[in-house]
Design a protein around this ligand. Sequence first.
Ligand SMILES: CC(C)(COP(=O)(O)OP(=O)(O)OC[C@H]1O[C@@H](n2cnc3c(N)ncnc32)[C@H](O)[C@@H]1OP(=O)(O)O)[C@@H](O)C(=O)NCCC(=O)NCCS
Length: 343
Amino acid sequence: MSYFSFAIGIGAQNKKGEWLDIYYQQPLLNPSDALIKAAAAVAGHNGGNEAITLTKAQLVELAAALDGAGESAQAELASKLQNTEQPVVVTFIATDEAPASVPECYLKLHLLTHRLVLPHGTNLTGLFGLLPNVAWTSEGAIAIDELADRQLAARMRGTVLEVSAVDKFPKMTNYFVPATTRIADTDRVRLGAHMGDNTTVMHEGFINFNAGTLGASMIEGRISAGVVVGKGSDLGGGCSTMGTLSGGGNIIISVGEESLIGANAGLGIPLGDRCIIESGLYITAGTKIMLLDDSNQDVEIVKGRDLAGVADLIFRRNSLTGRVEAKTNKTAIQLNEALHANN
Ligand SMILES: CC(C)(COP(=O)(O)OP(=O)(O)OC[C@H]1O[C@@H](n2cnc3c(N)ncnc32)[C@H](O)[C@@H]1OP(=O)(O)O)[C@@H](O)C(=O)NCCC(=O)NCCS
């Protein structure tokens, strides 16, 4: 059978019964055949990608079936979820196709955040369009057109409904906190971010979905959707990495290992290993760059895209001429171990 993913989730729906969000405590990549067989029998699943809302009676059956299939952790989860009035769903993803439902979208975002797949490791085509825009509040996810009534109801109880965001994506930490990470401002990391071991995101840092780090990193700049930062690399305060969602760019931006994007700098090409971009300098694919030799003599003019993935370079804007230059980085950065030894 060999399914791509499976999870039992609990979430919020609007008054029409449409999903607003789903929390999957224990998402699975490549679940066992025995688990799929057991869950499919209870849920009435006949193959393909499908999200099925379960009744309490089905949850009782599911817990027993999963136990019988040797899946004790999933069985325990099913058992706990028998005691809720909130909607519970089982989501089967047989094949990693473009998601077709909100539960599938949320499961894929969980797979990324739980480090079960790497950024670009699952098909997210059309996900942005499928996700509803939601008010994220102190009472959970609320449909925008139901917000005013809920605000009034809260006032009538003498409280204020706190709306912390109005967005298609919730913040990651309300769903999962990856081990050995630090996040100074949790609003800055969206569900679907992939945070490698020993990654720290400072207040100005940001990580979008389907993007993130692969290992130890100090992130004080923005990791746009789709951007992947290699282990040991740092993003300086307020720096920018170009996303591919808007603006026409279709090159996937990445940062190699042990590289540094300086404060307020920007990256619009895939950057190689052990590279530095001077603070304040934005390198785009079309930026014309003078290559310098070891004695700072001109060699040739190239474009940013020609240096995509090239290792051991320092990019700087000559402060006398305004010209962008690249030369060999002889002092590959040594990341501050005290900063990275964050746990
Ligand atoms: C680009 C950068 C890496 C250069 O640092 P460096 O390699 O230590 O270079 P130095 O400052 O020692 O300068 C070496 C020489 O190049 C010159 N130089 C440096 N930057 C220059 C520039 N933009 N234009 C012209 N000359 C420059 C220096 O004046 C010096 O000249 P000298 O040999 O005549 O003394 C550094 O300026 C930088 O921007 N680092 C990013 C730090 C950062 O933002 N961290 C994140 C914090 S949140």
